[in-house]
Design a protein around this ligand. Structure first.
Ligand SMILES: [Zn+2]
Length: 295
């Protein structure tokens, strides 16, 4: 993490790091957006704010993934804000691996990538304007990467957009970003691409005043995955398990439980999207869920 705040515009700053952290200032008070992966990361943020003479009056989490709320524990006594769905995830970290495994998860999925220290959430925030600790902000819904993800737009026109899009470099090596709802993710990405904020701060890429090309790379990666699945199903039906295996082979994935669970979820989200568009249909036979083209 950077050793000092970086100025963006007006009263809006950030701390670049493995998770970019937003800091919106009002006098000697500030609101923080996301806190990184663990309590140590949170303590680093707290010590930089102290050096800058700032006191945190609120923490907003864009979503309930471990690397976004894991540092909340370093901000005892500070009000914590999140969307209703992500509040549930943050208060019950077992839900993330349970979500991926569809039941009590095997121990390999109970790891720090998926689970941070549980965090209380003091207040639920919903899309629209709000004032936190005297700081005017706008909350925007950015669902798709997870269901309750929000972005925070400051009065200076800076949009902290969580993991709504990831860096073009990661898209090139990893492919489509982890997504639980492809329909919502595409809507979110297209809306962000057309938006006209002064600056965008994704959590894991560089800040930019013109992110349309990088956002489009995320959209294209999603469309390529949808096409890949449709092409696979052109001649033959396959089970969901086989589609995941094909996807992992094409993407040259490491063969481990975490990667399998992440890809299983993303492929499932693609199948649901294609099913809603009447491109594919499914049936159960011999205890397997098979997928076939509708056309
Ligand atoms: Zn995330």
């Amino acid at each position: 993490m950077a050793a000092a705040l970086r100025h963006i515009r007006g009263n809006t700053y950030y701390l670049p790091g493995t998770t970019n952290v937003g800091v919106v200032v009002n006098g000697n008070q500030c609101v923080i957006i996301d806190t990184g992966r663990d309590r140590r990361y949170g303590k680093q943020i707290a010590s930089i704010l102290k050096k800058e003479g700032l006191k945190a009056g609120g923490v907003i989490n864009t979503h309930g993934h471990a690397d976004h709320y894991g540092g909340n524990g370093a901000f005892a006594g500070v009000r914590i804000y999140a969307s209703a769905i992500e509040k549930t995830m943050m208060e019950n970290p077992i839900l993330e691996p349970m979500f991926l495994f569809s039941a009590a998860p095997v121990k390999e999925l109970q790891n720090p990538v998926l689970m941070a220290e549980a965090s209380r959430v003091d207040a639920v925030i919903t899309p629209g304007k709000c004032t936190i600790d005297g700081i005017d902000l706008e909350v925007v819904a950015l669902p798709g990467h997870c269901l309750g993800q929000i972005g925070i737009v400051t009065a200076d026109g800076v949009c902290f957009c969580g993991d709504a899009y990831i860096s073009a470099r990661i898209v090139d090596s990893y492919g489509m970003p982890f997504t639980v709802d492809v329909t919502l993710a595409l809507e979110t990405l297209n809306r962000l691409k057309q938006s006209k904020y002064a600056c965008y701060v994704p959590s894991h890429s560089v800040i930019s005043s013109a992110p349309a090309a990088e956002i489009q790379r995320n959209i294209t990666a999603m469309e390529n995955t949808l096409d890949l699945i449709l092409d696979l199903l052109r001649k033959k039906t396959y089970s969901r398990e086989e589609i995941v295996a094909y996807y992992m082979a094409v993407r040259k994935r490491k063969q481990n439980t975490l990667q399998y669970a992440l890809d299983y979820s993303t492929v499932s989200a693609c199948l649901t999207h294609l099913h809603a568009r009447k491109k594919v249909t499914h049936y159960i036979k011999e205890g397997k869920m098979f997928w076939q083209r509708e056309d």
